[in-house]
Write a protein of this length. Structure first.
Length: 306
């Protein structure tokens, strides 16, 4: 009971700290969980889910393009590998942000991104239009959404740094306390290493499942999923198979087949149309996977239901 109360208080403190920053400075916050902080407790995970992506009209417009969505993930993954201290930077499409790493024992466990800003509006718009053309987007639409989503920095960065520093220290403390609580009585060095791996593995698996559930109808690959989880593809494949009892491709196909069964039950679409709707580019492969999982072909499945 004491432990549950403590976690509830900690999650509420974290929520208040983040909301105070967004309200005080009129900014947006994005949290990238690298070390598994959100797996400490479901309430902490809810907070990380709330701040898990860049929810603004510009980024949402860009991420409708599957290739650019993948590039966004790749860019953040690269940033997590190289960041050493807070800095002000710009993404490949011109959105400016302040980046704050959260460290625990020289290990990056989270990244706090605060934005979205524009600097020198005229040159920024030219940059955005040029990048839009490069990536096959409509320059005018990108410029319009850029203006809707960004603002000039109209506050003291030093003051913001102090407020964000509190959040960084609080997240590191949460992580530290969770490790100590999980491995009380063990040697500290062994506990830290084991617990950090435990939470990180839980975060990787949770992120992978969440990403697949949101994107399985798209042409997602193991490499794209791994980049979204901030790990290499070989380790993700091993971890997923170990914890879920199936290869990651089987899990993706399972989700697709679930959709296909609903379409077979509730619509009169052809087998080819259902295959494409469920995310299979090849109807023959769709039928093969369906029969392997369900024990009968899509046509026989529909006939049985009828």
């Amino acid at each position: 009971m004491v432990s549950n109360v403590r976690v509830c208080e900690e999650s509420e403190t974290l929520r208040c700290l983040l909301e105070r920053i967004t309200t005080k400075y009129n900014v947006r916050i994005n949290l990238a969980d690298v070390g598994g902080i959100r797996k400490i407790d479901s309430k902490i995970e809810d907070i990380f889910r709330q701040y898990s992506y860049h929810n603004n009209s510009f980024c949402n417009y860009v991420k409708k393009d599957e290739a650019l969505h993948s590039l966004c993930i790749k860019s953040k993954n690269a940033l997590c590998r190289r960041i050493t201290k807070p800095f002000f930077g710009k993404c490949y499409l011109g959105i400016c942000e302040l980046y704050y790493p959260v460290w625990f024992r020289e290990q990056l466990i989270a990244l706090i991104c605060i934005g979205q800003f524009s600097t020198d509006l005229e040159s920024s718009l030219e940059f955005v239009k040029a990048r839009a053309e490069k990536y096959g987007l409509d320059p005018a639409s990108c410029a319009r959404e850029y203006l809707n989503s960004t603002k000039e920095i109209d506050f003291s960065i030093e003051e913001l740094n102090r407020d964000v520093s509190v959040v960084c220290h609080f997240l590191a403390l949460l992580y530290h306390n969770a490790i100590l609580q999980r491995f009380v009585g063990d040697k500290l060095s062994d506990s830290v290493s084991t617990a950090a791996n435990y939470y990180q593995d839980k975060a990787i698996l949770s992120s992978a499942i969440e990403f697949i559930n949101n994107n399985y109808s798209q042409n997602i690959s193991l490499d794209i999923i791994a980049k979204n989880c901030y790990c290499n593809s070989a380790y993700l494949s091993y971890l997923f198979n170990k914890e879920m009892g199936m290869p990651i491709t089987d899990y993706i196909n399972k989700r697709k087949i679930e959709d296909a069964k609903k379409l077979l039950d509730l619509t009169s679409l052809s087998i080819t149309e259902i295959a494409l709707e469920a995310g299979f580019n090849d109807p023959s492969y769709f039928s093969k996977v369906f029969k392997k999982m369900e024990g009968l072909s899509p046509k026989d499945y529909r006939r049985r239901k009828n």
